[in-house]
Structure formats: structure tokens, C-alpha cells
Design a protein around this ligand. Structure first.
Ligand code: GYE
Length: 307
């Protein structure tokens, strides 16, 4: 086939770049904001976007990547639903001379020449931030303090790393104990369902809920209320993302804190797409800046929240 990895056969300078993007799904407020950002930024940058939604299934993503390769797009970007299992399809992209940019979630590959760069947040640090906030919030409280944990999608980078970072910090304080930990797949519905099971099993033993994203926390808040308890008071709730729904829950006194994870990476991604297509070298890892908000800051920050 007349396919080369060179830059000289990509057509005239005026031909728009075609980008194939495979998205995880639409599982959370974070994700829909991320999709909006990518679509808007592609349009603004004059990049032709082929967008595919995998509905949280790796097999769908692999199919999408293969279809992008068959269509000979200029650049592929994707947010991998889970970390492992990408070697084969990434080797196919490499053999076709199509550069691959990983966004948001990391891949676990032994050969890191299989992708150009990873643009995304430091999830381990987000987990540490949630734990540090909790330790500070409970500095005057005696142990034992029982935590239940709602994990993200099993095998996904944010679930693995947010658990790791949280434990790294919380395990150093003997008052805290994670008594239950289960996946809620990053959705409200699953977050609620799993929290109901936690409440049934543990009753009033639960002091803290740590959720790997805001949507699961929001679902769980509903379960806590339905169990006749007050979220934010009887059970301290801390989660990650910083979506508008979390700010509203904080303003209503039901969520105690959220650790920011910025989904608005579209403009940065398009910038990298152009550079990679032009054959420029880019850093292997690009990290997004973010912070932590609690209830005392929620009302002031809310009007300027972009997602
Ligand atoms: O925190 C969660 C989404 O990969 C960082 O995925 C992302 C996570 C985000 O479903 O809300």
C-alpha cells in the first residue's frame, strides 16, 4: 500500500488535518464537558474531527481505532477506558505511520514509542489531595474513622491512581480505616446502588465517603438521604472532578469537598495535534493544572466554573 510515515506526502499545506478521536463514553459530567471541549476546539482550529463514543467498552474503542487506521486519518487521539490491552492496536497504528496521542487516561504499554504523548491530569496527586483534605478536616476528631470508597471503572487509570494516592496519605494516619471499597463505574446510578449496599451492610458505622468522581458522590448522596441520614454532616463526603453538580451539592451542604480535575483539554490537544502532524517533538507527558475546593469556597467560585 502507498502508505508512508513521512510528512511530505500529507498533501498541500491547505489540506485540513483529520483527527480520529475515540472517547470513553458519556458516563459523567466530566466526560460530557471533555467531549464538548474537544469538539469546539477542533472546530476552532480548523481540524476535521472524526468522533467515536465507545460507551465505556474497550472492544468498541479498539474497533474505532482500527477504523481510523483504515481511513488513514492524519492523527489518532483517544482516552483509553482501561490501562491495559492496547499493544496490538497501537502497533497497527505505528505500522501505518499514524501518530497516536493519549488523552486523559494513561495506557500501560511496555514500548512507549507506541504513543507520542499523554495529555492529562495527575490522578495519584488528586487522590493524595482528597486524603490531605480529609485529614485536615478531621484534625480534632478521635479515631476510629471509617471510610467507604467508591472506585471508578475497574482497571482505568483514574481508579487505580486515585486509590493509590489516597492510601499513600491516609494510611499514615492510624485513625482512618477504609472498611468497604467497590466500583461504581464513575456513574451516578452505580454510585447510588453501591452506596445503598454499603449502608445496608454498615449502617451507622460509616463516617466518610471517598468517591473517585463527583457523579458517584452525587448518586451516593441520594442513597444517604434515602437512608435517613444527612450527607455532609452524618457522613462526610469528598470526591474528585469539580463539576458544577458538585458545587451545587457543596452549596446545599451535602458534599464537603471536591478535588479539581480539569476536562477542558480540547485547545491544548489541538495544539499538540498540529505540532505532531508537523513533525515537531512534544513532551512525553503534559499535566493539567488544578486545585481543591471546599464548601466555604463554593459559592464564590461557582459563577466562574466552566464545566
Ligand atoms: O474523573 C470521571 C470520568 O478519566 C479523569 O472519567 C477521567 C474520569 C473522571 O468518568 O468523572
Amino acid at each position: 500500500a502507498a502508505c508512508s510515515g513521512g510528512k511530505s506526502d500529507k498533501g498541500g499545506a491547505d489540506r485540513p488535518i483529520t483527527l480520529g478521536f475515540s472517547q470513553v463514553g458519556a458516563e459523567s459530567e466530566w466526560r460530557t464537558a471533555n467531549t464538548r471541549s474537544i469538539k469546539a476546539a477542533a472546530k476552532a482550529a480548523g481540524i476535521r474531527l472524526k468522533f467515536s463514543d465507545a460507551q465505556q467498552k474497550q472492544e468498541n474503542q479498539i474497533k474505532a481505532l482500527r477504523s481510523f487506521i483504515a481511513q488513514r486519518v492524519d492523527v489518532i487521539a483517544f482516552s483509553p477506558v482501561v490501562e491495559s490491552g492496547w499493544e496490538t492496536v497501537l502497533r497497527e497504528a505505528k505500522a501505518a505511520g499514524i501518530p497516536v496521542i493519549v488523552t486523559d487516561r494513561a495506557v500501560d504499554v511496555t514500548d512507549d514509542s507506541l504513543y507520542t504523548t499523554l495529555i492529562g491530569s495527575d490522578f495519584v496527586e488528586e487522590g493524595r489531595r482528597a486524603a490531605r483534605w480529609l485529614i485536615d478536616d478531621m484534625k480534632d476528631r478521635k479515631g476510629p474513622i471509617n471510610i467507604v470508597e467508591l472506585q471508578g471503572t475497574v482497571g482505568s487509570a483514574p481508579a487505580i491512581d486515585r486509590q493509590k494516592g489516597f492510601h499513600e496519605v491516609i494510611d499514615a494516619d492510624p485513625r482512618f480505616k477504609v472498611i468497604r471499597s467497590q466500583s461504581g463505574d464513575f456513574t451516578r446510578a452505580k454510585g447510588k446502588e453501591v452506596m445503598e449496599a454499603f449502608l445496608k451492610a454498615e449502617g451507622k458505622n460509616i463516617d466518610v465517603l471517598y468517591a473517585h468522581n463527583d457523579d458517584m458522590a452525587i448518586g451516593a448522596i441520594q442513597a444517604i438521604e434515602e437512608a435517613g441520614l444527612q450527607p455532609g454532616k452524618d457522613i462526610t463526603v469528598v470526591s474528585i472532578d469539580g463539576v458544577k453538580g458538585a458545587f451545587q451539592a457543596m452549596m446545599a451542604g451535602k458534599l464537603n469537598a471536591t478535588v479539581e480535575c480539569n476536562p477542558l483539554i480540547g485547545p491544548q490537544l489541538m495544539d499538540i495535534v498540529k505540532k505532531v502532524h508537523a513533525g515537531q517533538t512534544v513532551p512525553k507527558r503534559i499535566i493539567v493544572n488544578e486545585s481543591v475546593f471546599d464548601r466555604s469556597q463554593a459559592a464564590a467560585a461557582f459563577p466562574s466554573r466552566q464545566y
